[in-house]
Structures are given as C-alpha cells and as structure tokens.
Design a protein around this ligand. Structure first.
Ligand SMILES: Nc1nc2c(ncn2[C@@H]2O[C@H](COP(=O)(O)OP(=O)(O)OP(=O)(O)O)[C@@H](O)[C@H]2O)c(=O)[nH]1
Ligand SMILES: [Mg+2]
Length: 652
C-alpha cells in the first residue's frame, strides 16, 4: 500500500482503538451503575468527536495549475485513470468536496448556481438540504465515475444581468468584459458547490478532499475564504513551473491562503516535467528546480522546505503504469511524505487532547468519589471494631453521635442547593449575552446600516462595528465566566476547609478561541474589500453576499461557543454534588446500622462483614477504573496503530 494510504489507515485504526477503549470504560461504568448523567454526556461527546473526525485537505490555486491532476495523482491513481476532470483552461468550475458519508448512497450532490441570487451561504443551504440536486454514482465502473465527475466542470450561459445578480460579473474587470458574447451572455459555472460522496478507502477513513476552481470563482465564493479553506487541516497551494508566481497567483495566495501563519500550508510547484530537457545534465536540471523553489519561497515568504517541486501528470502516469523510475522523477512521493507529516501527527494531537482529557476527567471524578467512599468505610470499620466487647452505653453514645452527624450534614446539603441557585442565575446572565438571538439583533442592525450606506467607507464602518460588537459580547461573557469559576472555587474551598474534601478545580475555560475566529473572519472580509473607494452596484452585491457568509459563519461561531460554554457550565457542580450524595448515603447507612446494633436487630459482626465487603468492592472498582483509564491513555499516546484492537480483545 502507498505510504499515504497506509498512514491514513493507521490513523483510522488508532482512532477506532481509542473509541473502543473509551467505549469499554463507558460500558463498565454503566454495568456498575457508576455512570452519572453528566459524565455519560461528556463521554458521549468524546465518542461522537471520534466518530465524526475528519482530515481535510484543501487544494487551492489559480486555474490550470494542476490541482485536479494532483488530486488524481495523489489519491486516485488506483483507478488507472483520471477521475477528476483535468484539462487545459478552466476546468473545475465549482468548489468540490470529496468525502464519504456512509448514511448516504454514493452520489454527487450539486447546489445550483441560481442560489447565489438569494440570501444564504453554502453552509446555510447545506443545513437546509433542499435545493441540492442529487446524481447517482456507479462506483463499480471507473468510466461511469469519470462521466459523473464531469458535473463539476459543467457551465451554462446566462445574460450579463443575471451573472451580475449572482455577483459573478464585474464590469470593471477588463478580463471579464471580453468574455461577453454577441448575445450579451457570459459563461458561468452551472453549480455553486458539489459534494461527491463515494466509498474510497481513504475517504472511508475520514479524509475529505477539497478541490477548488481558479481565482474568479474563489474571489466571489466567500464560503471558501471564510470557512472551507481555514477549516482545512492542510492547504496545498499549487503553482506551475512554466508560469512561476504570477500576479493572480499572489492574489489567490493573499486572499485565500495567506493568513493564519501558514502553519499547515504547503506550496506545490507543479509541472516540473516542463524543465526536463534531454540536452541538459541532471545536475543542471536540479539547479534549475532549486532556483525556482527558492524564488517561490522568497515570494510567498515561506520556508523553502515547504515548497515541493513535482510533476502531477508524470506522477499519475507513473503510478498507473507502475513505472518506479518515472515516479521518483515526478517527486510526488516526497510531497506525499510531507503531507503525512503535516497532517497526521498534528491532527492526532488535537483529537487526543480533546477526547482523552475529557474522559480522564470523568474518571478522575469517579476516582475521587470512590476514594471518599473507601475512606468513609475504613472509618466506620474502625469505629465498629472499637465497639466490639463494649457495653450498651457506649453503643448508645455512638448511635447518638451518628444520628447527630447525619443531621448536621443536612446543613451541607442546603449549602449545595444554595450554590446551585447562584450558579443558575449567573449562567442565565452569561447565556443571555451570547445566544444566537443576541447575534441576530446585531445582524439586523448591521444590514440596515449597510442598506443606507452609499459609500464604501460607511459600509466598512458598519461591518467593522459589527465585528467589534460581537467581540465585545464574547469579552463580556469571558468576565462572567471568570465570575462563575470564582464562585465554584469558593464553594470548593468551603468544602475543603469544613470537610477536608479535595475536589479538582474547574477546567479553565474562556471564549478566546471564538474571539480569534471572529478576528479571522474580519480579516478575510477586509482583505477582500479593503481598498474599495466607489461602490458600484455589482461591488455592493458582492459585499452583501460576502456579508451573508459572514453572518452564517458568525452563527456557527456563536452556536459552538454557546454549546461549549453550556457543557463547561454543566460540568461544574456535578462532581461536588456526587460527593455530597455519596457522603449523605454513607452517613445514613452508618446511623442505621449502629441503631440496629443498639436495638439488637443486627449483630456487630454482620455489619462489620458488610463493611468489609463494601471496602473490597470500592477497592476493586478503583482497580478496574485504573486499568480501563490506563488503557485509554496508553492507546491515546501511541503514534501508530497497525490494527484495530476490538473490545473483546481488550477484555481478554
Ligand atoms: N506538463 C504538465 N502538465 C500538467 C501537470 N499537471 C497538470 N497539467 C496540465 O495542466 C492542465 C490543467 O490541469 P488541471 O488539473 O485541470 O488544473 P486545475 O488547477 O485543476 O485547474 P482548474 O480546475 O481550471 O482550476 C491540464 O491540461 C493538465 O494536464 C504536470 O505536472 N505537467
Ligand atoms: Mg481543476
């Protein structure tokens, strides 16, 4: 198997093994009736994350640089053919996602371009589902697939006015005005977006490939700039050796790829076969490639190590014809290795951090409760053993003490009820400020201001204010989050002082990552529309379309922020409450048993035996819990998993 394929497979196996280990813990918790509702929710979120995990690779470039060819060569050479259409001139007309969703049959879903005439971003339309046209895909025949994939290259001719209404025609752009035919029509993409769903082994492991069309469509499809490309785990920016870095390449680089610190960006210098020259020595050709690589690195301000000279076309041919020498000459394997390095370890770390730590916390809380029970039982045992051979009056004294302590504890119970009240008041206040409804008010106000502004500066100020107020909402929420954290710490401190309980402090939480998301969206908006002075109707429409996507992106940010905040808030009190419940039931049992002994209804020895059983039970639970959690940590830490270890094998 190719290194890329096997690396993805190992990653998929690792993820499945981790899920199996977590599932095993969950089942054990359920069986032993130690699974609190809140813990179950957190474990399920972690499992859901693993199940939904995707690795997204985006290919971005000016048209005809060879994006589609590169995708064919890296991922789909096994079909022995070009699967994605790739040809001279503009080919891919709409952003295309290749993925596998096993809840749907293999198919191509395409969103008609006419939807650009209405409000709503591509992700809004994705959510609604209607509007999309579905084409079946016969995955048993490479030719059938090839035929179906041509959808992404389909175009249509429309009157200029219609293209304008979709924000696809700019009268100021001389390149575009020459494309108008004698009937006053221009050629545009038939589709706005396409999703190809098919069960390719890599896609089954959660890989998502994003192919994009050249500049014009990128400049006008805000979804790419705002969501699809920034959300990708690796971005491959493709250049061609025969053209070098042109002005329009740089435009794409700046607008679509150029921010966010280039952490996960690779530049691919494609078509190096154009430099192959029978009259030159290999040394001379190598020098030429190196020279081009450093020129690209300098222009893009990228580490030269991140620029990969390849020939996608020769790589594809070499793979299909199994020509090892040509494959090495195409340098494609080097790019593939870099892609693995860029993608897999970083992604693994994110997934590990998100899931393992959440599950570990659940385990830690249970461990705390079990430790408390263990301590309690030991104390009771000690107490009861000391009664052996004592007279009735000492038993009477102990009964009174046990009952008194049980009543005293009710005071602690009342304290937690009070804390819950304060907590819910504070949370309500916090949520009021970050709910999607609060966002809606801002959107309505900004749209209104945008409508009234005729000049670019006014419009920019409206958008700037929009982002500023959203950020202010999150900052304000951050302050309230701190307040809630302090309140919980206060409660914990009292429990620590009065009862000696050691509770782990709340997980640190803030909305800073969402503030950064908003900043990124604002940056994208600015880099798209920054220097405009006069507002033509077309430009206005473009900005309005872009703002639709901004709104849909903000909605996404707000709802994730709300969901995460809610999860955090909900996780604060349950550990304390569990401990209170545990203590209360222990105190009750103790009072009951000493009363029984006093009234000669039960023998001391029986009760001691019961407690010994309870002690053994708590200790064996602690042991199993440790074993299951260690297992999760162990799988989580592994870099590679050759084979999925299933639950039975784990149990054995
Ligand atoms: N010589 C040579 N030609 C290549 C190579 N890679 C791609 N091409 C050719 O370049 C042309 C454009 O390739 P595409 O894959 O369609 O380019 P693209 O970036 O997807 O272009 P759009 O879909 O229009 O945005 C095609 O004719 C390819 O055959 C290569 O490595 N060497
Ligand atoms: Mg293409």
């Amino acid at each position: 198997m190719a290194p890329l394929a096997s690396s993805f497979e190992r990653y998929g196996n690792w993820r499945d093994s981790l899920a199996a280990a977590i599932m095993q813990l969950r089942q054990w918790l359920e069986q032993t009736q130690t699974l609190e509702a809140e813990s179950a929710r957190r474990i399920d979120v972690a499992l859901e994350r693993l199940a939904q995990d995707k690795l997204v690779i985006a290919f971005v470039a000016e048209f005809s640089r060879g994006k589609s060819e590169l995708i064919n060569a890296i991922f789909f050479a096994d079909y022995g053919k070009r699967i994605l259409p790739s040809s001279a001139g503009r080919t891919t007309m709409c952003p295309t996602e290749l993925l596998y969703d096993d809840t749907l049959p293999p198919c191509i879903r395409a969103l008609p371009i006419e939807t650009r005439g209405r409000h709503g971003s591509t992700s809004d339309f994705k959510r609604l589902g209607a509007e999309w046209q579905v084409f079946p895909l016969d995955t048993t025949s490479a030719d059938g697939m090839l035929e179906a994939f041509k959808i992404v290259a389909e175009t249509t001719r429309v009157p200029v006015a219609e293209a304008k209404s979709y924000g696809l025609y700019d009268a100021d752009d001389p390149d575009q005005s020459v494309t108008v035919d004698k009937n006053g029509q221009i050629q545009i993409s038939k589709w706005r977006h396409a999703v190809i769903n098919f069960p390719h082994p890599l896609l089954k492991h959660g890989l998502v490939i994003l192919d994009t069309p050249g500049l014009n469509a990128i400049g006008t499809e805000p979804e790419l700039t705002l969501s699809l490309v920034p959300n990708a785990h690796a971005v491959l920016f493709v250049l061609a050796a025969d053209t070098g870095v042109t002005k329009s390449d740089l435009d794409v680089w700046r607008h679509v790829v150029g921010d966010a610190g280039h952490r996960n960006h690779i530049a691919v210098l494609n078509k190096i076969d154009g430099l192959w020259d029978a009259l030159k020595t290999p040394g001379e050709m190598e020098m030429e490639v190196r020279r081009q690589v450093s020129a690209v690195a300098a222009t893009l301000e990228l580490d030269p190590m991140r620029v990969f000279p390849v020939s996608a076309q020769k790589g594809l041919v070499a793979k299909v014809q199994r020509d090892e020498k040509l494959l090495q000459a195409s340098r494609l394997p080097l790019l593939e290795e870099a892609l693995i390095e860029l993608l897999v370890p970083a992604k693994q770390k994110i997934v590990r951090d998100q899931t393992v730590s959440a599950v570990e916390r659940v385990a830690a809380e249970l461990r705390q409760a079990l430790n408390a029970r263990e301590r309690n039982v030991i104390e009771q045992l000690y107490e009861l053993r000391s009664l052996q051979g004592k007279n009735q009056s000492s038993i009477e004294r102990m009964t009174q003490r046990a009952v008194a302590e049980q009543h005293e504890f009710e005071e602690v119970v009342r304290r937690i009820v009070a804390a819950r009240l304060v907590h819910s008041k504070l949370s309500e206040k916090l949520f009021a400020g970050i709910r999607v409804a609060a966002l809606r008010d801002q959107v309505v106000a900004t749209r209104d201001r945008m409508k009234k502004s005729k000049l670019s500066p006014q419009l920019s100020v409206a958008v700037k204010d929009y982002f500023a107020s959203l950020r202010a909402m999150f900052r304000n929420a951050n302050t309230q989050i701190l307040e809630i954290e302090q309140m919980v710490l206060g409660v914990q401190r009292r429990f620590a002082e009065d009862l000696g309980w050691a509770l782990s402090p709340p997980m640190p939480f803030s909305l800073d990552t969402y503030i950064a998301d908003l900043e990124r969206a604002e940056h994208a908006y600015k880099s798209q529309f920054g220097p405009l002075a006069v507002l033509t109707t077309e430009k206005w429409r473009l900005m309005e379309r872009f703002f639709d996507t901004v709104v849909s992106k903000s909605r996404e940010i707000f709802s994730t922020a709300e969901r995460d905040t809610e999860a955090w808030i909900k996780s604060l009190l349950p550990p304390i409450e569990t401990q209170v419940r545990e203590q209360r039931s222990q105190l009750r049992k103790r009072a009951e048993s000493v009363s029984k002994i006093r009234d000669a209804q039960g023998s001391l020895d029986e009760r001691i035996a019961e407690l010994e059983d309870a002690l053994e039970d708590a200790q064996s639970k602690l042991g199993t819990l440790k074993r299951l959690t260690d297992r999760i940590l162990d799988v989580g830490e592994r870099a590679q998993v050759e084979e999925v270890v299933d639950e039975e094998a784990l149990a054995a």
